[in-house]
Design a protein around this ligand. Structure first.
Ligand SMILES: Cc1cc2nc3c(=O)[nH]c(=O)nc-3n(C[C@H](O)[C@H](O)[C@H](O)COP(=O)(O)OP(=O)(O)OC[C@H]3O[C@@H](n4cnc5c(N)ncnc54)[C@H](O)[C@@H]3O)c2cc1C
Length: 479
């Protein structure tokens, strides 16, 4: 670069280029634009700078500088969160971590993989498969980050057995907003011990569910598990959400499944109908698939025997439940994860105009039926499909209740229509005791409106302690 050009360069950019190298920091509009939006209804906003960090030291240096200058920093890995969580509320530095993508270790004896934040589901799956190991892959884009999903309380295909992705975290290395490097879990006591966050005080909670607003995770240990070879999938359909809930509740009590999920007719369509299309009269409103992996044929048959007993019990209650044959391709896509079949957003929304948002919630299972019934009315009232999924978590009796809502992002009116419908759905769920995960700011505000004052005080106090200049993904917590 000649001296005349260098003079024009913004001093912040120069400083960032000094840390990460000239080609890894930019204020070019076309680069910033790529980070200004996602699939969701959240309004696009440009960051002022984009930096592509390569190592922990660079993360620290960028944060030290940003903290000193009070410039916001937004951590980013693949931006697939569907909640505008990486869209800058107040400009600042978009920190893209995807090139920090080393799998540092897979410790088969401990059952732990140690990864950097840029490691994708596809990348880790490829390595684990070679070792006969598995992890609870989400039904999302294979290119998304394992650690971002885990710190965001993501949901994967082993949730009924092992719990949420965040429950699989065993240790973390984190750079605080001040640039200081810290560790939580066993790796804090012995640097190569990544096996557990327990029995220490659970400081890992300071970085889980915070939407990138409390620090930048630079290393993470996650539990990985032996993969039994025999997969059996139990598929049923029924007419009403009450019947489906009853079946899922009953089946989950036996704790024989890795995943127990049901989807409404609209969510089982590829793509999800947009705008709303009535379901054909001869199609069941609910379909369920429950996966179970076994080591031997006898174990698999014993699990199948329990499942058949559950179906018989439901029938005896007068349920319309039927054992069904799920189309092979759809079943593969939903159960052999990570999957490009369902992970590809085109299957959800391309034809609808490339927008997709959700009210994604953790809701007591006994509330699924009343909440779905209201959601159905609200969504159809807005000409949107009630494309809803319900999944049980480990040990029952709460789980994921979410709607995947495609909309036409090319139209402001249609985007606003979707936003209004989704926020209305969310209010219904919050009032029934549900809580949204990966919440856009609109949801965070609704959460805080209902929150206990002591909770809000504590949240603000902890945030202020970790991030005194409010530089980390500011605004996302709605406080
Ligand atoms: C079609 C579709 C289906 C999906 N299905 C699922 C599903 O089944 N289950 C599920 O859980 N999710 C699902 N998702 C959501 C999404 O794919 C996951 O949440 C994903 O793992 C997020 O990873 P990411 O790399 O895109 O994170 P990003 O969107 O880049 O980041 C997510 C959040 O983490 C923060 N962050 C990122 N890196 C760091 C870091 N190192 N330190 C601190 N904060 C950080 C960001 O600021 C942001 O707040 C789906 C998405 C799509 C598009």
């Amino acid at each position: 670069m000649d001296t005349a050009t260098a003079k024009k360069v913004d001093p912040v950019l120069l400083q960032l280029q000094g840390i990460v190298g000239e080609k890894n920091a930019s204020d070019a509009k076309h680069i910033r634009y790529a980070y200004s939006y996602d699939l969701s209804f959240v309004e696009p906003k440009l960051p002022d700078y984009v930096v592509m960090v390569q190592n922990v030291e660079q993360v620290q240096e960028v944060l030290k500088f940003a903290n000193q200058e009070k410039i916001p920093v937004i951590p980013y890995t693949a931006g697939t969160n569907i909640g505008g969580l990486c869209i800058p509320e107040r400009g600042g530095i978009l920190m893209d971590l995807k090139q920090m993508n080393k799998i540092i270790d897979i410790d088969v004896a401990d059952g732990v993989a140690v990864i950097e934040p840029g490691v994708s589901h596809a990348q880790l799956a490829a390595e684990l498969t070679k070792l006969g190991l598995r992890f609870g892959w989400p039904v999302g884009p294979p290119s998304a980050s394992v650690s971002s999903c885990a710190i965001s309380h993501g949901i994967g295909g082993l949730n009924a057995r092992y719990g949420l992705q965040s429950q699989e975290i065993t240790s973390m290395e984190v750079v605080l907003p001040t640039g200081e490097l810290v560790r939580v879990g066993s790796c804090a006591i012995q640097k190569n011990a990544w096996h557990s966050t327990l029995p220490l005080p659970k400081l890992d909670g300071l970085f889980k569910g915070w939407l990138g607003s409390s620090g930048v995770v630079t290393k993470m240990g996650v539990n990985v598990h032996p993969a039994p070879p025999l997969l059996k999938i139990f598929t049923v359909s029924c007419e009403t959400v009450e019947e489906m809930y009853s079946y899922m509740f009953n089946l989950s009590n036996y704790e024989i499944c890795d995943d127990i999920t049901a989807v409404s007719w609209w969510l089982s369509q590829v793509p999800i109908p947009y705008p709303y299309t009535p379901k054909p009269d001869d199609a069941a409103e609910w379909n369920s698939y429950a996966t179970t992996f076994s080591w031997t044929e006898a174990e698999r048959d014993a699990r199948a025997e329990i499942w058949e007993k559950v179906v018989a019990e439901e029938k005896a209650k007068g349920s319309s439940i039927e054992i069904t044959h799920y189309p092979e391709e759809a079943l593969k896509g939903r159960t052999q994860l990570p999957s490009q079949v369902v992970g590809s957003t085109k299957n959800y929304c391309k034809q609808g105009g490339a927008g997709i948002s959700w009210p994604g919630t953790f809701t007591p299972a006994k509330k699924w039926a009343p909440v779905y019934t209201r959601w159905r009315e609200i969504l159809i009232g807005h000409n949107l499909s009630p494309s809803v999924r319900m999944s049980m978590y480990r040990g029952v009796h709460y789980g994921m209740l979410r709607a995947m809502i495609p909309f036409n992002k090319q139209s402001k009116e249609e985007t606003e229509n979707a936003r209004q419908a989704i926020v209305e759905c969310l209010r219904v769920d919050l009032d029934e005791g549900g809580i949204p995960y990966k919440p856009p700011v609109d949801f965070a505000k609704e959460i805080n409106l209902r929150a206990d004052q002591g909770y809000l005080m504590l949240l603000k106090r902890v945030k202020n302690m970790l991030d005194p200049n409010d530089i980390m993904n500011p605004g996302k917590l709605g406080i």
